[in-house]
Design a protein around this ligand. Structure first.
Ligand SMILES: [Zn+2]
Length: 240
């Protein structure tokens, strides 16, 4: 299956390798996560310039041989996201988003929607770095759960289907729960519940905000869902 692969990609991580090379962790629309080596990229006269850095959206030509590691043979910038690099919070948000995608999906497990979601998230942070709020980051992560097939059940108790009295959230049950089913649940207030429902329903560009208390509950619901269903423990969405 040796040959060339032309693909768009977002650089999730870029790791120094050997004297002048870098190993890139990429997310692509059709192949999902993959790793590629860029040879000589750290030399001053590299033809790749500085574009093989995290958060760049690129058009790549990769050589695929027998190794799991592909080789970058050409790279053009689609979007450098230069603005978000000037803003510490936006940069931190981009880093946590790329880290979540890298950890949640294995190599060769493509979700085209994840590529577009991440591209959209980075473009929004770049256009308006002040968007790098906890609410926005949680909305991204919730949509990531949906793309991965782990969206929590929010409309009715995940245990018995009761729609009237949901008072808690249980990662093990897979969503909101009523008082009768609340073993292993933690309290989820109305505001946090509303935030989760709205964040899932709206486009990322219109992500809702909520009080710190509600956001903390929403974040716990997302983290526990990931732990129970994807067996992944992610960093918090923000430093604060
Ligand atoms: Zn119940």
């Amino acid at each position: 299956m040796a040959g060339s692969l032309k693909t768009e990609a977002i650089v999730l991580r870029s790791i120094r390798f050997g004297e002048a090379d870098r190993v890139l962790h990429l997310y692509t629309p059709q192949r999902g996560r993959l790793s590629a080596i860029a040879k000589g990229v750290r030399r001053a006269k590299s033809r790749f310039g500085g574009r093989l850095e995290p958060y760049f959206r690129l058009q790549l030509v990769l050589y695929e041989g027998r190794s799991e590691l592909l080789t970058v043979t050409a790279a053009e910038t689609v979007h450098p996201h230069a603005q978000l690099r000037q803003d510490a919070r936006a940069l931190d948000g981009a880093s946590r988003a790329c880290d979540a995608v890298a950890r949640l999906f294995a190599d060769g497990e493509p979700h085209e929607g994840v590529f577009h979601l991440l591209a959209n998230h980075l473009a929004l942070l770049d256009a308006e770095p002040a968007r790098a709020t906890r609410g926005h980051a949680l909305a991204f992560r919730l949509k990531l759960l949906l793309a991965a097939g782990f969206a929590p059940q929010l409309a009715a108790c995940a245990g018995c289907g009761d729609t009237e009295h949901v008072v808690g959230f249980s990662g093990a049950a897979g969503g909101v729960v009523c008082p009768a089913c609340e073993a292993s649940a933690f309290p989820l207030g109305e505001e946090a519940h509303g935030f989760l429902v709205t964040a899932l329903g709206r486009p990322l560009s219109a992500a809702p905000d909520a009080s710190p208390r509600a956001l903390a509950q929403a974040e716990r619901a997302i983290l526990e869902t990931l732990e129970h269903h994807a067996h992944v423990r992610l960093r918090p969405v923000s430093a604060t």
